[in-house]
Design a protein around this ligand. Structure first.
Ligand code: NAD
Length: 485
């Protein structure tokens, strides 16, 4: 039993060919609990040899039972996996809370989202199909949707379960065999997912999980010539390295990178509706969310009111250990804590509208940062331009719609955006004008929405995951043109 949960895997092993194995690297490292700064357990650190063994196993799976499985059979495995995830939601949430520092309720929601991905993709498995195309007389032309083959999945530590669901779930659904490299800071739920996949009847080799360092295991996976598609979620710099490595063997890449998302609050906003979304989108998962709304643009006429109400929300925020399930947990690591504190220092010239507070007796060695709301921030200030990845939001004031659009689109990123307005024409204009992969009108995030295509433009990346777009992305189209009399 791992950490008093129902899971039996050893965190010091890798999962290759359906078997738990000692890593070929012979290496492991301590995983820290960010709430306390204490060691949780040791985890394996796979290397190039482990990645290669995983890729060879995936190749074999494609030649065997998994490669022969019908769409219906694959869908059933995914659906069963979804049920097993649901049966183990509490234990998955516990692992994630301990590993990531995510408050228990938020970790539980992630586990439920993982189940939803499995259910959604499982149900869709036999509903993705090609087309017939009217062509010249004497021809029958149609398209087939086929798997890429071996897919590589490199995921970060902030939402391991959700990201595994949307990428590995979709890849398996389309008949690929997957090699998953979770983040070195948080990999327990990835390993738990492998244990459940085996129970669900996924054939050996269809899913392999190799924890390891980005620069070693991640780099080996993206450079492996027999990996036919890479899905990468993480920072811009690492994404660039992954894309460059994959380009050497011309493998397609999906990049889900960072963001500096804006919510635009107009003069006709329904403020009661907006406030919870504005606040939550900044502090959920302690702001370590790619789609965090770290910029709140507000029309001058509603500025004072919005900041006053948000400040009340901030002052009520409690920061504490993940297992105590407060509003805000610790950051993932002391390194991340230092990064965010560095940004806060760069805000010394700004006005702090409000902060949250730490609970009494908070563990001294936990990686805690108190949520901070900065007011009246110039749009070009470093805090309004760079992804902070911590519980920090900046309020920016605008005077008209054109200016709001210019500011909202004025960063290198383009992941998610929102407009709050009762004016229907303005809603439509904003939906078109905002530079982002998802635009929300009078809401934000839509509760995650496994059905809703997600991804970025600009420095936020390219390619789409979630919804049917995931299934298209994890397959390739073959055109068949048959000439006959
Ligand atoms: P990171 O890039 O440091 O690490 C992400 C993953 O990439 C980890 O598994 C890591 O081991 C691996 N990695 C690191 N260097 C690598 C390399 N050279 N080659 C191959 N793999 C490598 O990012 P992080 O700090 O863990 O995560 C935070 C970033 O992820 C933020 O920028 C955030 O916005 C982004 N993110 C984006 C999304 C999205 O869907 N767009 C979701 C979550 C996080």
């Amino acid at each position: 039993m791992l950490l008093n949960t129902r899971f039996n895997f050893s965190s010091q092993q890798v999962f290759i060919d359906g078997q738990w194995q000692a890593p070929r690297s012979g290496q492991s490292t301590a995983l820290l609990n960010p709430s306390t700064g204490e060691a949780l357990c040791d985890i394996a650190l796979g290397n190039e040899e482990d990645i290669d063994a995983a890729v060879q196993s995936a190749k074999q799976a494609l030649l065997g039972e998994w490669g022969q499985a019908s769409a219906l059979e694959r869908g059933r495995v995914l659906t069963k996996l979804g049920q097993l995830v649901l049966d183990n939601v509490d234990d998955l949430a516990k692992l994630e809370a301990l590993d990531v520092g995510k408050p228990l309720t938020q970790a539980r929601n992630d586990a439920i989202a993982l189940a939803r991905y499995c259910e959604f993709f499982g149900g869709a498995a036999d509903k993705v199909h090609g087309d017939t195309i009217p062509y010249l007389p004497g021809y029958t032309v149609y398209t087939l949707r086929e798997p890429h083959g071996v897919t590589g999945h490199i995921v970060p530590w902030n939402y391991p379960m959700q990201i595994i669901g949307r990428s590995v779930g979709a890849a398996l659904t389309m008949g690929n065999a997957a090699v998953l490299k979770p983040a070195e800071e948080a990999c327990l739920t990835a390993l738990a997912f492998a244990e459940l996949a085996k129970q669900a009847g996924l054939p050996n080799g269809a899913l392999n999980v190799v924890p390891g360092l980005g620069a070693i295991a991640g780099a080996a996976l993206s450079a492996h010539p027999e990996v036919h598609h890479i899905s990468f979620t993480g920072s811009v710099g690492a994404g660039e390295a992954v894309q460059a490595a994959a380009a050497k063997h011309v493998a397609p890449v999906t990049l889900e990178l960072g963001g500096k998302s804006a919510q635009v609050v107009f003069d006709d906003v329904a403020m009661d509706d907006a406030i919870p979304f504005l606040l939550n989108a900044g502090i959920q998962n302690a702001g370590q969310t790619c789609s965090a709304a770290s910029r709140l643009l507000v029309h001058r006429s509603r500025h004072e009111e919005m900041v006053e109400r948000l400040a009340k929300g901030y002052e009520a925020l409690e920061v504490g250990p993940a297992m105590d399930d407060k509003h805000v947990g610790p950051l993932i690591s002391h390194r991340q804590q230092q990064l965010v504190e560095g940004f806060l220092q760069q805000g010394n010239d700004l006005t702090v509208a409000a902060t949250g507070h730490k609970v009494d007796n908070i563990p001294e060695r936990g990686a805690y940062v108190v949520p901070t709301l900065f007011d009246d921030v110039p749009p070009n200030h470093v805090l309004a331009q760079q992804e902070i990845f911590g519980p920090v939001q900046t309020v920016i004031v605008f005077d008209d719609e054109d200016e709001a659009i210019q500011i909202a689109n004025g960063t290198a990123y383009g992941l998610v955006a929102a407009a709050w307005t009762q004016n229907g024409a303005r809603q439509m204009r904003m939906a078109k004008a905002l530079k982002a992969g998802q635009v929300f009108i009078n809401n934000y995030g839509a509760g995650g929405g496994v059905e809703l295509p997600f991804g970025g433009v600009g420095a936020s990346g390219h390619g789409r995951e979630k919804g049917f777009e995931s299934l298209y992305g994890f397959s390739t189209v073959k055109t068949v043109a048959a000439k006959h009399d």
